[in-house]
Design a protein around this ligand. Structure first.
Ligand code: SIN
Length: 304
């Protein structure tokens, strides 16, 4: 009998598959495609203290094997999330709920962490890696000293386990991973999107109104697997792997690289029930290859 259960920072998940923030909204739409109890966890769209409309359009561009977005953290704000979204989500699923939070300042992150700690969410994910906003976001996540400072302050304000979501737009991922661990992070998630650009050669203008945006999708997967492997080997806290997962085989790669859980993101835009396929595929792979637990599979890559 294989065991798909995973424990991260004291929180037990039925299986290692979750949805990546920003690709699943608050779960309303996807409930029409599959039973949300199939998921280990749902990570909701990035929340800010006040509601945000996000960036002006166009803010999505398709690229070969990927998607560029510059959504700009559109969301209803933390209060509306707690009033309208979290209760409906709790009604339709037993999956663990992770609240992703973003802010302009360290104080805003701290305030959100303390508000969300009083709610029924299971974990907090601190987004210091959004490339689409003028303040906060990746500006915090690309400097190890800043990562240490913000993580320590938010850790002190939070009463729930804290995941720090890292940016791939850095030279050395292990520096920021270690800074987050030293600051008190309970887990890391990576990667957020890679900064990219697409230009319309007829108009000679960038396709995105904000000129640049974050690239995700299968195109980024090898970069993500490499960074997860490096980060997982540098820190002792658990790592959640994501970036371009489009099949169960992709997810197994992340687990072999050292992730304890995986997040499915924009792969769901093409195949809404992808997380279920991924979960079943991981289980079948474990059975066939004699892995009893996800813990055993995690980090089992045999490097040269
Ligand atoms: C966005 O809303 O711009 C995407 C969120 C992110 O990249 O962190």
């Amino acid at each position: 009998m294989i065991n798909l259960k995973v424990k991260l920072a004291g929180v037990e998940f039925e299986n290692p598959v979750m949805t990546a923030s920003g690709t699943f909204g608050f779960g309303r739409e996807y409930g029409e495609y599959f039973d949300l109890n199939e998921l280990g966890a749902i990570c909701v769209k990035g929340l800010t203290l006040e509601p945000r409309e996000g960036n002006p359009p166009p803010r999505i561009a398709e690229t070969p094997a990927g998607i560029l977005n510059s959504v700009g953290l559109q969301n209803p704000g933390v209060k509306m999330f707690l009033k309208s979204e979290l209760p409906q989500l709790k009604e339709v699923t037993r999956a663990k709920i992770i609240a992703n939070m973003a802010g302009n300042t360290i104080e805003e992150y701290c305030e959100m962490a303390s508000i969300l700690s009083e709610s029924s969410v299971d974990m907090l994910e601190m987004n210091i890696s959004c490339p689409n906003v003028a303040h906060g976001g990746a500006a915090f996540g690309s400097n190890p000293d800043m990562v240490f400072e913000i993580t320590s302050r938010v850790r002190a304000a939070a009463k729930k386990p804290l995941i720090v979501k890292l940016s791939p737009n850095v030279t050395d991922i292990t520096e920021v991973a270690l800074a987050a661990e030293q600051g008190g992070a309970d887990a890391l998630s990576l990667i957020n999107t890679l900064l990219g650009m697409a230009i319309d050669i007829k108009t000679r203008r960038p396709i995105l109104k904000r000129n640049v945006g974050g690239l995700s999708g299968p195109a980024v997967k090898p970069v993500a697997v490499r960074m997860v492997w490096q980060a997982a080997n540098a820190v002792r806290i658990p790592v959640i792997g994501m970036g371009g997962i489009a099949s169960w085989e992709d997810a197994v790669e992340f687990l072999l690289a050292g992730a304890k859980m995986v997040s499915v993101g924009c792969g769901m835009f093409r195949e809404p029930a992808l997380p279920v396929t991924v979960k079943n595929g991981i289980a079948a792979y474990m059975e066939k290859n004699n892995f009893q637990s996800v813990e055993e599979l995690s980090g089992a890559v045999q490097v040269y």
